[in-house]
Structure formats: C-alpha cells, structure tokens
Ligand binder design. Structure first.
Ligand SMILES: C[S@@+](CC[C@H](N)C(=O)[O-])C[C@H]1O[C@@H](n2cnc3c(N)ncnc32)[C@H](O)[C@@H]1O
Length: 200
C-alpha cells in the first residue's frame, strides 16, 4: 500500500480499524480489475479521502469527493435516536479549503471535489462507471440519495461500503441500506465494526 504524509488520522469520524477495512475492500476492487472510478459521499476533512487518494495513485482511477461543506442537514424521522442527540444540523462542518489543505499536506493527487447537498447532485456529477463507493453521510437521506445516484453506474464486481450501519446513534444509515436492498438484490452484505460492506 502507498504511504501518505499524514501521520495521525485527520479526525475521529472514522477509526483506524475502519480505514483498514475500507482500504482492504478498495484493494479487492483494484486487484480484481473492476472498471470505474471511486466516490466518497460525505468526505468532511478528508480523514478517509487521503487514504483513498493514496491507494489510487498508481491506477487510472479518479477519486470523486462530495460534501455540502455546510455540515449535516436536518434529521428526518428515520434518524431520531436518544443515543444520537449530539448529531445536529450544521455539525461536522468542514470547508472545502480545509479539505484541500489536508489533501495537499498528505501529498496525494488532488481528487475531483464537488460541493453540494447530495439531493441536488445530478447523474452527470457522478462518474460514468463506479468500482468502489464509500458512503458516510450519517443520515437516512444522506445515504439513500447517493445510493439512488450511483446504483445504476456500479460496474460488475463493484463494492459499496457504508459507515454507521451498526451505529445506534445514527439509525437512518441502516434504514436506508435495508430499504434499498429490499428491492435491489446484491451478492452479499457483511458488517464489520460499524461498516456495511456490500458486494454487488
Ligand atoms: C461523518 S462526516 C464524514 C467523515 C469523512 N468520511 C471522513 O473520513 O472524515 C459526514 C459528512 O457528510 C456531510 N453530509 C451529510 N449529509 C449530507 C448531505 N445530505 N449532502 C451533502 N453532505 C452531507 C457532512 O457535511 C459531513 O461533512
């Protein structure tokens, strides 16, 4: 695996164990020669992005990052949980400038970065073909909107990893995934740490 200049994780939004799992799944896609680019929905300060960008360095794949850069939106009924009171609209706000600074400091190739609410993204904002997608928008609609956007663009053998699937503070993530998979069958869904790993 390629190295990056960042010594410590850029935030506590993802653990080292989770990053290791995400990179392992990305390596699986790269090793299998799955066609298509790589996307992360909910990139925040780039804690995961710097590793994704680093791992794509010797490939022909482009990394696409998406975020409101305004923090979390308002919760909907699917997201309500007594364990998740700390998650409020506007929390987890990183600026695009801050993200770019972190990517530069990590010494990785600059990804394509799109500032938008996921619900406002159009099909053209997303690569034609996707081999690997990481979804970390925390809330029901913040997971469901990207799923709707990317699903028909997933290449054969593509992998989708979703954060907070097993996080009682953020129940919307699992609700979105389970609802989606009820009508969109996949090869497998496995849970590791709080991540859902979907092999399509
Ligand atoms: C948990 S943080 C992501 C952490 C990031 N993956 C990392 O590794 O550092 C969630 C991010 O998703 C963004 N977000 C959540 N819902 C969104 C939506 N509906 N549209 C755009 N951005 C959203 C927030 O702005 C926030 O930066």
């Amino acid at each position: 695996m390629a190295t990056i200049k960042t010594k410590r994780l850029l935030s506590d939004q993802v653990s080292q164990a989770e990053i290791n799992i995400i990179r392992r799944e990305l390596a699986r896609v790269l090793g299998a020669g799955v066609a298509g680019d790589v996307t992360e929905f909910g990139c925040y300060v780039g804690t995961t992005s710097v590793f994704l960008a680093s791992d794509l360095a010797q490939t022909d794949k482009t990394l696409y990052l998406y975020d409101s850069f305004e923090g979390l939106p308002a919760k909907t009924s699917e997201d309500q949980s007594p364990a998740g009171e700390q998650f409020k609209a506007g929390e987890l706000l990183a600026t695009k400038a801050q993200l770019i600074k972190n990517l530069r400091a990590a010494g990785v190739k600059m990804p394509i970065i799109k500032k938008s609410w996921f619900s406002d993204l159009k099909s053209d904002d997303v690569p034609q073909q996707i081999s690997f997608a990481y979804l970390d928008g925390d809330y029901y609609h913040s997971i469901l909107d990207p799923l709707k956007l990317i699903w028909h663009k997933l290449a054969p053998g593509a992998i989708v990893v979703i954060d907070d699937y097993a996080n009682e503070a953020l129940p919307g993530a699992a609700r979105a995934v389970d609802g989606w998979l009820a009508t969109h069958p996949v090869k497998s869904l496995r849970v590791e740490n709080s991540l859902a790993i979907i092999h399509t």
